[in-house]
Design a binder for this molecule. Structure first.
Ligand code: PMP
Length: 396
């Protein structure tokens, strides 16, 4: 059979898309018996399976000709209107996307040229780095911790640079779990307004707060201040079901229009049946559902933190999340999370090493633990195994 050298046939952009060594590592986490804190998946016991079955059947029976037909690129109108009302906006300010992941890709398509400066946190969401990288941006990063990005470093990074946008996850950051306090949000917004800087706010975890209420988003604060430069992303993945791939962007109508044009070329529209199903699901017991989700993750986080407090040797630091799905761990300087991973797999426990979350490299001694998919007993056992792996490595 004739062979082709595919790598010479692909375009320039494809050269920037590379298999990640981490994804290869993570295949090991699928082995039977492994307790995996690696995935970023929501808890499956929270999926509204019964209600979804009922609603999907009713939609297909009563509105099948809409559900199975092509739909508008902007989204199924009743869902768009519902999201707009939820956020206190008008429907022209909302675009429904096929997951927030698609929104990230569309933002890359619309804003980035080869060599464009792009500012993000270090660490930041791996999937965002992956979505932006093919467009060839020049990544600039600012360190981020438990209270979000370091604003002094941000101020410094903005001297002499005009990034196309700043990508941020201010609430329950993936991977660090960080939460930007209100004064920091306000200060960041002032910095953006003074420079006309576009801020992309990814609020995938907006409803997963453990306290009494959520902090106002940068997007909300910007609207109050009359600044149109914040583009807001969120999703139904963490509050209903990620497999439906239904998410949304909220932004100034001109930005929405350009993103809509870009989406047209990507997939015409998000699946209508899924959008109709999401619309039906948010009509029934939604506030109660959100309360249950928060309580479930709060309990899982507490289980993980108390196990870590018991099992981790001195010198290991970890965050105490106020929401979301992740604990971020920093090992003593010089200790490699990838080496720990090898040992941990022998103990049948897994996590994600932190370095791929750093667009400019670094973070070799960091790692992310997700407590979302495990019950208390598995969390406790997994952390015990992790403690053994760590102590083994430290004793070498
Ligand atoms: N942004 C962040 C910060 C995420 O953690 C994720 C998913 N883990 C996404 C976006 C993508 O979510 P979606 O399922 O809506 O594509």
């Amino acid at each position: 059979m004739k062979t082709l050298d595919w790598n010479t046939l692909f375009g320039e952009r494809a050269r920037r898309i590379q298999a990640s060594t981490i994804r290869e590592l993570l295949k090991l986490t699928q082995r039977p018996g492994v307790i995996s804190f690696a995935g970023g998946l929501p808890a499956p016991e929270l999926f509204p399976k019964g209600l979804a079955a009922e609603k999907a059947a009713a939609i297909l029976r009563d509105k099948g000709e809409v559900a199975l037909q092509y739909g508008p690129t902007e989204g199924y109108f009743p869902l768009r209107a519902w999201v707009a009302e939820w956020l206190g906006l008008s429907p022209e300010e909302v675009l429904i996307t096929t997951g927030s992941q698609q929104a990230l890709d569309l933002l890359g398509k619309v804003f980035l040229d080869e060599g464009s400066p792009l500012l993000l946190e270090a660490p930041s969401y791996m999937g965002a780095i992956q979505a932006f990288r093919p467009y060839g941006p020049r990544f600039l990063t600012v360190p981020a911790g438990e209270e979000g990005p370091d604003l002094e470093a941000l101020e410094e990074a903005l001297k002499g640079e005009r990034p196309r946008f700043l990508y941020l996850i201010p609430s329950f950051q993936n991977p660090s779990g960080g939460l930007m306090p209100l004064p920091a949000r306000k200060r960041l917004l002032e910095m953006a307004m003074a420079r006309g800087l576009v801020v992309v706010e990814d609020d995938a975890y907006r409803e997963l707060y453990f306290g009494e209420s959520r902090l106002p988003s940068l997007f909300e604060l910007a609207r109050e201040a009359g600044y149109p430069g914040v583009i807001y992303l969120s999703s139904f993945s963490k509050i209903l079901a990620p497999g439906l791939r239904v998410a949304f962007v909220a932004a100034h109508p001109e930005a929405i229009l350009k993103l809509t044009q870009a989406k047209q070329g990507a997939d015409l529209h998000s699946p209508v049946l899924n959008q109709m199903l999401v619309h039906a699901l948010v009509q029934e017991g939604f506030p109660e559902r959100l309360a249950l989700i928060r309580q479930t993750y709060r309990e899982k986080a507490e289980a993980m933190l108390s196990a870590l407090d018991r099992e981790m040797p001195a010198g290991v630091r970890y965050t105490r999340p106020k929401g979301g799905m992740f604990v971020w761990m920093t090992l003593p300087e010089g200790l490699s999370a990838e080496r720990l991973f090898q040992r941990a797999i022998e103990e049948n426990v897994a996590f994600v090493p932190g370095s791929p979350f750093f667009a400019e490299g670094g973070g070799e001694n960091t790692l992310r633990l997700s407590y979302a998919t495990m019950d208390r007993a598995r969390i406790e056992e997994g952390v015990r195994r992790l403690g053994r792996a760590l102590k083994g490595l430290l004793a070498l």
